[in-house]
Design a protein around this ligand. Structure first.
Ligand code: UD1
Ligand code: UDP
Length: 360
């Protein structure tokens, strides 16, 4: 059986790592296509090097651009690859433009689509990702849900066939690589950081960084927090900060330390040793939960609603006052309900692709 996997953006490399490994163990033949959506070495190559993901068989080199052009270029090139390779199934991850392009290319060629991280909904149609999720789920034949909430979301949209509750492959990845990070990453020494002496932040969502007053407000709030803020910066955010004329030295003087994006092992190490995480990332909210680090989410919605229930994650949007208030008051101590499976989601996905496995 031949699986054609499509990845393109940073979180997809993380998700693909445990799954590629499980496919190999199960004896499935994987043909890996990288769309080229992310291309800087520290947004792409480092993940392949560190996580043992097979080298892509093809890199389409699509790169950056407006949504229509980027997705359209991917669609054209993916169709060519799929026609040449004739896979039995196309495997897609998450909710990026690479995901929807691959799902669309496949269904038009009558190739079954398998979607990892199916069923997530932020219920915010302003997010490009929400359209990518909904449309991909409605194209998919096999839907691998990380949580029961995701299964329920699909049922509410009348998607009931091919739905499997597998657990979350990012939990698998965090378990495997979290341990490796503790052994191999020297990021704390490199940055001169003591465990629990700093806060970790990321921002890249258009609704935060495409509005100058919101971006400036968030960075201002970071500068008022009571510990240094380490901010591994997405290239898109770095460009916006430069456009706004906010000097990195000024920010550093206010305790906001902007660094280049880091590899996954360094990121997991930074997360595990942070006192608090502030982020608008989908994946990092979950990683905070896995490692029991309180998380302030710089959004008004999330795909991971259940992480809010036990008080380990809180939504504050981009309002500086709310960020500061949450940073002063968020102190979860209660137990965390296990939400993301047993750390073997990737093996379950491989078994289902082999034709073994019970639908939800
Ligand atoms: C994309 C996903 C988003 C995901 C994020 C993960 C879509 C619609 N968005 O957003 O869901 O959370 O990836 O990081 O698919 N850039 C570089 N170098 C790179 C990659 C990007 O400089 O290697 C810059 C370019 O200026 C580019 C901008 O970042 O225009 C945005 O990149 P793009 O992939 O379009 O969207 P992301 O914001 O990364
Ligand atoms: N990540 C990383 N280095 C960084 C920032 C993020 O390795 O400098 C990892 C992070 O640990 C998580 C994934 O990238 O596994 C999340 O990607 P991102 O926040 O870009 O996307 P999202 O999850 O919001 O789609």
């Amino acid at each position: 059986m031949k699986i054609l996997t499509v990845v393109g953006a940073r979180p997809q490399f993380v998700k693909a790592a445990p799954v590629s490994r499980a496919l190999q163990t199960a004896g499935l033949d994987e043909f890996l296509v990288h769309t080229g959506q992310h291309y800087d070495a520290n947004m792409s190559q480092i993940f392949f090097d560190e996580l043992g993901i097979p080298r892509p068989d093809v890199n389409l080199g699509v790169g950056s651009g407006p949504h229509g052009r980027q997705t359209g270029e991917m669609l054209i090139r993916l169709e060519e690859v799929m026609m040449a390779e004739k896979p039995d199934t196309v495997l897609v991850y998450g909710d990026t433009n690479s995901t929807i392009a691959a799902a669309l290319a496949a269904v038009k060629l009558h190739i079954p689509v398998a979607h990892v991280e199916a069923g997530l909904r932020a219920f915010n149609r302003e997010m490009p990702e929400e359209h990518n999720r909904v449309l991909t789920d409605h194209c998919a034949d096999l839907l691998f849900c990380p949580t029961q909430t995701a299964v329920d979301n699909l049922h509410k949209e009348n998607i009931t066939r091919g739905v499997f509750l597998t657990g979350d492959v990012m939990y698998d990845a965090a378990l495997i690589f979290g341990q490796q990070a503790r052994q191999r990453s020297d990021v704390l020494a490199r940055l001169g950081l003591e465990a629990k002496s700093y806060l970790l932040a990321t921002i890249h969502r258009p609704h935060n960084i495409d509005f100058p007053e919101r971006l400036a407000g968030i960075l201002d709030a970071f500068g008022l927090l009571d510990a240094p803020v380490i901010l591994p910066i997405h290239p898109r955010t770095r460009k916006k900060i430069a456009e706004l004329g906010l000097g990195l030295a000024d920010l550093a003087a206010r305790g906001v330390r902007i660094i280049d994006p880091v590899g996954y092992l360094d990121m997991l190490m930074l997360e595990q040793n942070a006192r608090l995480i502030l982020t608008d990332s989908g994946g990092i909210q979950k990683e905070a939960y896995f490692f029991q680090i309180p998380c302030i989410t710089l959004r008004n919605d999330t795909e991971w609603w259940k992480t809010l229930d036990a008080g380990w994650n809180v939504l504050v949007g981009w309002d500086p006052e709310k960020i500061l208030h949450a940073a002063r008051t968020l102190a979860p101590s209660g137990p965390q309900p296990p939400l993301f499976g047993d750390g073997h989601a990737a093996e379950k996905i491989a078994s289902i692709l082999l034709g073994i496995g019970q639908p939800a």
